[in-house]
Design a protein around this ligand. Structure first.
Ligand code: PBG
Length: 331
């Protein structure tokens, strides 16, 4: 690095020259947020005859099958890159059987959405049991009440195949079970879905910011997910998870949450040789909407600043509940 001190007799270094006009700032801007890079997470509720508002996520709803189709079509016409679907079933049970049922809400919704938009955007599905189990954990439980890794993998494999059959372009295993990517890849290949990809939730931290999501999916969870999601203090461990997921055949990897883990995102993006996604989660959405509601933050500027920071840290793709709206601002 050259010295940056101002010294008499040398040309003065003045970075402000590149900030003088909007045209100059536009020319030298390093980081762009484009609609195609955004993915909209969406909730669809079984049996709903009208969209159900989620109070802790103002502006986000649990869709009916019908309003989901319309909202996905809207996202596609706004140029959004993809959607990530979450199912909210009417009935929960110990093994989350709604997840592997071809007529389960998530699988039905995937068919609806593909029928509506075809290949106009990338259709993704959350591959996890927590929305479907009566105890709210991401896997099935063993006799002691712990989450049984390998028994859960068998269900994930079947879930992945059903989601692929229903039309998912990418399935998104988010349960942080060891070996989940490999088992799902093998099952997809075995069933002939070699073109269905896996977006692995690679570094997923046990975060307080998931709070509003619990309301969004009517979660039944009483405890916590610390025996499978990562500890917030551990960054190096994310690289281990990355190596495993790549080894097992992940087509894309994700870091989650986004804003509180930008350092992890940057480290993962530095070494990953596949596209890297980051998930701006429910609590990140809620805290900005709440501050805006109080008149404490400017909405559009704040949202764009967070998305820019997530892109700058290295995300190729950003999951955000603001995807469709932001896409309309950017055009
Ligand atoms: C698990 C899953 C969760 C989220 C996405 N997938 C919940 C959790 O792990 O507790 C959270 C998304 C958000 O908070 O916006 N199926």
């Amino acid at each position: 690095m050259r010295p940056t001190l101002l010294r008499m007799g040398f040309p003065a270094q003045r970075p402000r020259r590149l900030r003088t006009t909007p045209a100059m700032r536009r020319l030298v801007s390093e980081t762009e947020v484009r609609p195609r890079q955004l993915v909209l997470p969406m909730f669809v509720r079984e049996g709903a005859d009208a969209p159900v508002p989620i109070s802790s996520m103002p502006g986000v709803v649990q869709h009916t099958r019908d309003t989901l189709r319309k909202a996905v079509a809207q996202a596609a016409s706004a140029g959004v890159g993809g959607v990530m679907l979450f199912g909210v079933p009417e009935v929960h049970d110990a093994t989350g059987s709604g997840a592997v049922d071809p007529d389960g809400i998530l699988n039905v919704a995937l068919r609806d959405v593909r029928a509506e938009v075809g290949d106009a955007l990338v259709v993704m599905s959350d591959l996890c049991l927590d929305e479907f189990t009566d105890h709210g954990h991401c896997g099935v439980l063993d006799a002691e009440g712990g989450v049984d890794n390998d028994a859960t993998l068998e269900i994930y494999a079947r879930m992945g195949v059903e989601q692929a059959r229903a039309g998912a372009h990418l399935v998104g295993p988010s349960g942080m079970m060891d070996g989940q990517v490999g088992v799902i890849r093998a099952a997809l290949d075995e069933a002939g879905f070699t073109d269905t990809g896996i977006l692995a939730y690679t570094a997923k931290y046990a975060s307080a910011f998931y709070g509003p999501f619990r309301e969004a999916v009517n979660s039944q969870l009483t405890g916590d997910r610390k025996s499978y999601q990562q500890d917030g203090g551990n960054a190096r461990e994310a690289l281990r998870e990355l190596a495993l997921d790549l080894d097992e055949g992940a087509d894309m990897v994700m870091v989650k949450p986004a804003l509180a883990y930008l350092d992890v995102l940057a480290r993962v993006a530095d070494v990953a040789d596949v596209p890297v996604a980051a998930y701006q989660i429910s609590g990140e959405y809620a805290m900005i909407e709440a501050a805006v509601e109080k008149g404490w933050l400017e909405r559009e500027r704040t949202i764009l600043e967070t998305l820019t920071s997530i892109r700058r840290a290295g995300a190729d793709v950003v999951l955000t509940y603001w995807a469709t709206e932001v896409a309309t601002w950017l055009d």
